[in-house]
Design a protein around this ligand. Structure first.
Ligand code: ADP
Ligand code: NI
Length: 219
């Protein structure tokens, strides 16, 4: 990575830190920061293009459908930012393609990611959705969306379309079954698969204990 690219990464980190400073949905700057660092750590093993991996990690949630009305479209804010930094059009296109495909869109919806850089950023993002931090973020997001912690009278759904997933009003425990517990088998890289295994085990222990307490079986 040359000097200029390094400057662009630093400048982008500052921009994103500002943009995400006030979030309380689990998508604050420190989520982006962890994804950036996770992506770098995975890339130590995968040896993909470090500039593309880093810039895509930093910009990955800027146009997220959960906060913008532009699902599945070109990520406009990221594109504008890349243009303003004079990033080569061919690189900017690759970054936008990654951002467009990074999000989870339902248990039965096919992953369209198709580059090594994209696989790495997607794994880094997914690692931050599981384990102890994943549990914390899930309940933060649930609160932000006025969701119940757990509704014993409803059952999880394996969404076959993005629309069904997006419109779901699940309680947060259901979200574990509809997404978080599925992520370990959806990791793209061997490095992320390895880290995901123990984060996954922790979520299973948490859910076991949650259900025991719910039923008063831990007395
Ligand atoms: P993705 O783009 O794959 O959704 P994000 O980085 O935007 O990934 O983060 C998703 C986060 O939002 C996860 O931590 C997840 O737990 C949380 N989240 C998304 N939908 C729900 C939901 N219905 N209930 C609880 N948490 C959710
Ligand atoms: Ni994210």
């Amino acid at each position: 990575m040359d000097m200029k690219q390094n400057d662009i990464i630093q400048k982008t980190a500052e921009y994103i830190k500002q943009e995400f400073s006030n979030d309380s949905s689990g998508h604050d700057w420190w989520h982006i920061y962890r994804v950036w660092k996770n992506a770098l750590a995975i890339n130590e093993h995968e040896k993909a293009d470090s500039f593309i991996v880093q810039i895509a990690a930093l910009l990955h949630d800027l146009d997220d459908w959960k906060f913008n009305n532009n699902e599945d479209e070109t990520p406009l804010r990221a594109k504008l930012w890349l243009d303003s930094c004079s990033v080569d059009i061919s690189i900017a296109d690759k970054v936008c393609e990654i951002i467009k495909n990074v999000s989870y869109k339902g248990a039965g919806v096919k992953n369209k990611m198709d580059s090594l850089e994209g696989f790495i950023v997607q794994d880094a993002d997914r690692l931050d959705a599981i384990g102890a931090i994943g549990i914390a973020r899930a309940f933060a997001y649930g609160g932000y969306k006025n969701r119940m912690l757990y509704d014993p009278e409803s059952t999880p759904e394996m969404h076959q379309t993005f629309t069904a997933y997006k419109n779901s009003q699940s309680d947060t425990i259901k979200h574990f079954h509809e997404k978080l517990l599925l992520l370990k088998d959806m990791m793209n890289t061997p490095t992320a698969k390895r880290i995901a295994a123990h984060r996954h085990a922790l979520m299973e222990d948490f859910l076991d204990q949650f259900m025991k307490e719910w039923e008063g079986q831990d007395w």
